[in-house]
Every structure is written in C-alpha cells, then in structure tokens.
Design a protein around this ligand. Structure first.
Ligand code: ZN
Length: 215
C-alpha cells in the first residue's frame, strides 16, 4: 500500500501529485495543473486555455490547481474570482478535484460554494484553520489535505484531523522537506489508526471523488 502525497512541489516522486502549475510536463508523471493566484496576470485566460487542453487529453493530470484566493498576495480580487470560477468549471467538466490555495479568503470560498450549481470536489491544501471554519465547509464538497502542521499536537490542523470525517482527509508534503511517511506517522498517532489503514483510506477517498483513479 502506497502512502500517496496529494500535493508536493518536489518533482519525480512516485505516488504523488506534483504541482506543475502552468508547466506542461512529460507524460507519465501525476500532476496538478492550474494557475495559482500569485501567478495571475492579464494573460491568464490564454494560459488557462493551454492548461485545459492538456488536462483534457492527458490522464496524468489528476487535479486542477493550485487555484484559489489570496488577500495577502496576488492581483485584485475580481481577477482572482474570474480565474477561480473558470478553474472550478474545468475541474467539474473533467470530473477531477481542484486543489485550493486560500489565504484570508474563506468568505470568498463560501460565496462561491453557496452560488455554485455544479462545484467540483475541492481539496483545501495545507489545512491549518480553526475547526469551526472547517465545520462550516462540511455541507459542501470540500476536503482537507493535512501536511506539516499536524506534526505540532496543539495546532488547528491536528485538532481538525482528530474531528474531521475520515472520508474528507488527504495528506501532503507541499513545499516542505519532509518525507510523506512522517505525515502519515503523525496522523496515525492522532487518529489511533495504523498507517496502512490510512494509506488505503485516502486512496479510497480519492477514487470516490475523481474520475482519474489512483492505486
Ligand atoms: Zn503548494
């Protein structure tokens, strides 16, 4: 059973989703493709057309993203919204999840979720927000990817992992130097479940929400 890493900036790992962003990579590497709010400019639509074409014909594109909102960095909010809404539509059409980057903008996410007729499954990556906020998201198809923050027992991430429905959980290393095994190990202690059981659970979680399956 493989311990999948659902969001990493480290290229060349097996059983992981490499954050390719706007870059078109060799086939055979599982990636997420999309436009990060920090990378948006007035040309984003033409970049995104290329990404959509690649994602449609390349089954190794497992997710759209990172996409989302950032009030601390990035262009004006209207532009961020336009790009996010376009990326959610693409993910929904392909039947694959969207990996979310969301900083000081959960209100924008809720606004989207309340208005969306056919939202894709959205994986909030690097989750470390208060459990109260997470609970507000549970009525929607929102999932939580846990990384380095769960290594700190008192963190919001560790608290929410302990309470979160198990079918909403994923794990990641993101831009850290950590090995994915250390994240599973920490999660195993928090949840009192064997790592192999967690590894199987998150693969099943993925396959329940994506047309592009993993094993
Ligand atoms: Zn990342």
């Amino acid at each position: 059973m493989h311990c999948w890493d659902f969001h990493t900036h480290r290229e060349g790992q097996l059983h992981s989703i490499f954050q390719a962003g706007k870059a078109i990579l060799a086939e055979g590497i599982s990636v997420s493709m999309g436009i990060h709010p920090w990378d948006l400019d007035s040309n984003w639509e033409s970049h995104f057309e290329k990404i959509k074409r690649e994602a449609a014909q390349n089954p190794c594109v497992l997710a759209i993203g990172e996409a989302g909102f950032d009030r601390l960095k990035g262009p004006e909010i209207q532009l961020q919204k336009d790009a996010f809404y376009a990326q959610t539509r693409a993910a929904a059409e392909l039947g694959i999840p969207l990996i979310l980057h969301c900083v000081k903008s959960h209100d924008l996410l809720l606004e989207y979720l309340k208005s969306a007729k056919n939202p894709p499954c959205i994986i909030w990556h690097g989750w470390n927000q208060k459990p109260e906020l997470a609970r507000q998201l549970l009525p929607f198809p929102v999932f939580f990817s846990f990384g380095k923050h769960i290594l700190h027992p008192g963190s919001n991430a560790a608290k929410w992992l302990a309470a979160c429905p198990i079918d909403r959980v994923f794990f990641e290393t993101d831009d850290s130097e950590l090995k994915i095994g250390s994240i599973y190990q920490a999660a195993s202690l928090i949840l009192q479940l064997p790592e192999a059981r967690l590894a199987a659970q998150v693969i099943a979680n993925w396959n329940a929400i994506s047309k592009r399956k993993i094993s």
